[in-house]
Ligand binder design. Structure first.
Ligand SMILES: C[S@@+](CC[C@H](N)C(=O)[O-])C[C@H]1O[C@@H](n2cnc3c(N)ncnc32)[C@H](O)[C@@H]1O
Length: 270
């Protein structure tokens, strides 16, 4: 990046997420969530991720979620039988929501406010499972560096679980006149920059700090995991969408694009 450092992008992303937080508390979904988390078996994860975590073996394990946002997914890990759960995010406004959800829950997760590139010592080498879900990898300016920090949280033999959107979707613009036409290079280096609140449904006109979304190819993600000392143990692509509603239009096509993927990788002994 020429004019913008990775540090500046990360700081600006933090501000943008904080300024977007109020949007995520407005309306019925938040009220429903507040009620739902009171159930001991609460689990908002979809069947794909639920099955994968069960297969990896989450029950009785200690887990960390990196980029946990409002903590609803971290709380869901208890619903799948996790022992201890820690959620990490750099947005204090979203972690305040996470603490509010946890206060309604019978479980007791720990939430830690930090940039993933500056993890506190006590999180290192501690977890059986490290979880990364939808919409985290693209906020990272340097995927190889990020993956080293992620791997540092795992015990030897611990498993990284990723459930992410497929990077090939970045080639398309779901709001273009013809959303099926490729408009951006898959190998684009400069980040997409947004100056409006980050919302999951529709769009928002509310101005926020700039947010920077980096495209990492599938090969770069896999190579970053390997270079961080992780051994890939599972990799699967899917035709269903796990991202914003706008992308639903790419589902159920006769010439189907890959829309999301799961990856697991095990930390090798040093
Ligand atoms: C799209 S959200 C994840 C949402 C989650 N999958 C869910 O459904 O609840 C991405 C999160 O990553 C966090 N994030 C982005 N960059 C980060 C960084 N460098 N360190 C820590 N958290 C970061 C943001 O604050 C945001 O809460």
């Amino acid at each position: 990046m020429d004019t913008l450092s990775a540090q500046q992008a990360i700081a600006s992303n933090k501000a943008a997420w904080n300024e977007s937080a109020a949007h995520h508390k407005a309306g019925a979904p938040w009220q429903k969530l507040l009620a739902a988390v009171a159930e001991r078996g609460f689990n908002c994860l979809d069947p794909t991720l639920t099955a994968l975590l069960q297969q990896v073996g989450i029950s009785g394990r200690d887990a960390v979620q990196l980029g946990c946002n409002n903590g609803r997914e971290s709380l869901s890990l208890y619903g799948l039988g996790a022992n201890r759960v820690v959620g990490v995010d750099q947005s204090d406004a979203f972690l305040a929501q996470a603490v509010e959800l946890a206060s309604r829950s019978p479980h007791d997760p720990e939430f830690i406010e930090t940039d993933i590139h500056h993890l506190p010592e006590h999180l290192l080498g501690r977890f059986d499972v490290a979880l990364i879900t939808i919409g985290v990898l693209n906020w990272m300016p340097d995927i190889a560096l990020f993956m080293r920090h992620v791997a540092s949280t795992l015990k030897e033999g611990g498993t990284l679980v990723i459930y992410e959107t497929h990077p090939f979707l970045e080639v398309f613009d779901p709001e273009a006149a013809n959303p099926m036409l490729p408009v951006t290079s898959y190998f684009r280096r400069e980040p997409f920059v947004q100056h409006e609140a980050i919302v999951y449904e529709g769009t928002s006109d509310d101005a926020t700090a700039a947010s920077y979304w980096f495209v990492h190819t599938f090969g770069e993600v896999v190579s970053a995991a390997i270079a961080a000392g992780l051994q890939i143990s599972h990799l699967q692509e899917y035709p269903h969408s796990n991202r914003e509603e706008l992308y639903d239009r790419y589902e159920n096509q006769s010439a189907q694009l890959p829309m999301c993927y799961t990856l697991t990788a095990v930390k090798r002994s040093a």
